[in-house]
Design a binder for this molecule. Structure first.
Ligand code: ZN
Ligand code: ZN
Length: 235
């Protein structure tokens, strides 16, 4: 399912907009909020329910897939209508996709426990860290993934170094493309870097597509276009 910002998440009918905020009841939690938009049938979903649905989508896919390809996993999750084009949920999605693929490729981890921990840590990394902290959350997510699969703590030795190194490699590659930010481009880049690092250091081979092709360019007003390595020339 392709996300379209102008249709209802409940019934897929078009949205209508108001010039003044209207009090709306959330379709899922039934709390009241003021909003500038609802659908033709007056459905409205609040931000908290929206992000909860996004987390459910990540978990459901990661728990049930047998894919060893973290790019396939991340792209499938990104198609869910509750995942925004940009947003801090990518700070969890990257690590979660890697955890699932690593597990399916033979990595010795408790999948459910690792995903729960990924959600706990990922949600602590706010949106906009790429621009405000100089450290993209997709790279941080790779570090969280590494820390979780190796049970690393601040007192660890070898894996402490590896957790920081994998983040730095992902961040350097993300930086090399320049801004503005794109949560899709940064996620793909972080995953490609991490997959190579894990193969070299931990001997677990996750699979990758021959080419990563992005299907989100039309939704991203700041897309780098042909300067992005994942831009589709044929769309
Ligand atoms: Zn609706
Ligand atoms: Zn709600």
């Amino acid at each position: 399912m392709k996300r379209n910002e102008n249709v209802c998440l409940v019934c897929e009918k078009p949205l209508k907009y108001f010039t003044k905020p209207i009090t709306m009841e959330c379709h899922f939690c039934h709390q009241k909020f003021s909003s500038y938009a609802c659908c033709e049938d007056e459905h409205y979903v609040c931000d908290e329910c929206h992000s909860k649905k996004g987390i459910e989508a990540i978990n459901e896919f990661c728990m049930n897939t047998d894919s060893t390809d973290p790019i396939y996993i991340v792209q499938s999750i990104m198609e869910n209508p509750y995942i925004y084009m940009h947003g801090p949920e990518h700070h969890t999605i990257v690590g979660a996709a890697l955890i699932a693929a690593y597990h399916n490729a033979g990595g010795d981890i408790d999948l459910e426990k690792a995903l729960t921990e990924m959600h706990e840590r990922g949600k602590q990394c706010p949106g906009g860290t790429c621009g405000f902290w100089g450290c993209c959350g997709a790279a941080v997510s790779v570090g969280m993934f590494m820390s979780i699969i190796t049970d690393t703590t601040p007192l660890s030795t070898r894996t402490w170094g590896m957790s920081n190194e994998i983040t730095s490699k992902a961040l350097a590659k993300i930086a090399s493309y320049g801004g503005p930010r794109c949560c899709k481009r940064n996620s793909f880049t972080a995953i490609l870097t991490a997959t190579e690092y894990i193969r070299e250091r931990l001997g677990i081979s996750m699979s990758l597509p021959e080419q990563v092709v992005c299907s989100h360019s039309d939704e991203n007003h700041e897309c780098l276009g042909r300067r992005c390595p994942y831009f589709s020339k044929y769309k």
